[in-house]
Design a protein around this ligand. Structure first.
Ligand code: MG
Length: 365
């Protein structure tokens, strides 16, 4: 089998709900996403997606496509290595790695389709059912909106929810605690609450906030400080009994090696659309396993569902309502979590995802 073409589709849906967190200073409205199609001479196609929106398209079509054409798409390690060295000067972290990630995901989707099996079965499943948590709790929500959104996940049967803290770049500490307190009061003691500061505090401030959060029995404290402040993360991790979760802004096994070995993460959060695709995500999950650390993937829930089924050290899968809102428009269909757990469709090969032609017609740019 040979790759005959690499195409992209960018869908822009500016009408979708806005998001704001500790360090998104202005409400971010809508969603734009880049999809990759790996086309082969046997009629099979792989579908992938990653970060970087429209800018990723330039790297995929300009830098990666020329080295993929004519190659056997089943040789994923070799193609990954080729792509890594092709983008070495502009990649390794950031946008170029988002582009590589999208291609790698499409290669895995294609490979599973070639073997006529769902992706999680190709990866070697540990389980076919994983727990999920409802994720949102944006800082621009009023307290009533915040409670309603977090409660909506519990009403769907989820036993864990995540809300934002670090409001206004960490400048609204008492509001953070009041919002957490209100959510805890509304949801009761049986729901696990996770908090995410999206890089918004400083280390000493985060240690102080962790002490305040302890009263509300939270499951983890995510990205308390700048993702690059590994010393700060490690100091916070040592100072509190609350597990420190981080990794959504980290790239490659090399980045995660530094983060983990220096004690910066109690819970490891790779993002398949950034870290280097499925190839690299699985390596990071194994690396975390070697350090006896749990993995809790960030975003890209429909892809992480499959990878998580093949991860013995999985903690829980993030399920973002704002991503689901886009997915309902983007794809023809997908399996949904029921009572807080989620299973891939065992009858659909690959990721089991197809772009909705109506959405492509309406939103492609
Ligand atoms: Mg986060």
């Amino acid at each position: 089998m040979q790759i005959t073409d690499v195409k992209t589709t960018v869908l822009s849906m500016p009408h979708l709900s806005g998001i704001q967190d500790a360090t998104i200073r202005h409400l971010e409205q809508g969603r734009t996403q880049c999809f990759v199609h790996i086309v082969t001479d046997e009629g099979l196609e792989g579908l992938g997606t990653g970060g970087g929106a429209r800018a990723a398209r330039e790297i995929i079509e300009g830098s990666l496509k020329p080295i993929l054409i004519g190659q056997d798409p089943l040789n994923i390690e070799q193609l990954w290595d080729d792509m890594f060295w092709r983008i070495r000067g502009v990649g390794r972290k950031g946008l170029a790695f988002c582009a590589l990630s999208a291609v790698d995901i499409a290669l895995w989707d294609l490979k599973a389709k070639y073997y006529q099996t769902p992706l999680y079965k190709l990866l070697g499943p540990y389980t076919d059912t994983v727990p999920v948590y409802g994720s949102g709790g944006w800082t621009h929500f009023s307290i009533d909106e915040l409670i309603a959104e977090q409660a909506s996940y519990v009403e769907r049967g989820m036993k864990s929810v995540k809300m934002k803290v670090g409001k206004d770049f960490g400048q609204s500490e008492s509001e953070d605690i009041a919002r957490l307190s209100a959510v805890r009061k509304a949801l009761g003691d049986d729901v696990e609450i996770l908090v995410d500061a999206n890089n918004g505090y400083y280390a000493k401030q985060a240690i102080r906030m962790a002490q305040a959060f302890e009263e509300y029995n939270i499951g983890w404290f995510e990205e308390p400080v700048l993702a690059d402040d590994i010393e700060g993360l490690a100091a916070i991790a040592r100072a509190t009994a609350i597990p420190i979760a981080t990794g959504e802004h980290e790239y490659t096994k090399y980045g995660f090696k530094d983060l983990i070995a220096r004690g910066g993460a109690d819970i490891v959060q790779p993002d398949v659309g950034r870290v280097g695709g499925i190839t690299e995500w699985m390596k990071v999950a194994h690396l975390a396993h070697a350090f006896n650390l749990p993995v809790a993937p960030h975003a890209y829930q429909l892809i992480h569902l499959h990878l998580s089924c093949a991860t013995p050290n999985l903690r829980i899968v993030e399920y973002l309502g704002m991503v689901e809102e886009a997915d309902r428009i983007t794809y023809t269909e997908f399996s949904e979590p029921v009572n807080g757990v989620w299973s891939p469709n065992p009858d659909k090969p690959g990721l089991g995802l197809e772009l909705n032609p109506e959405a492509v017609k309406q939103y492609a740019v």
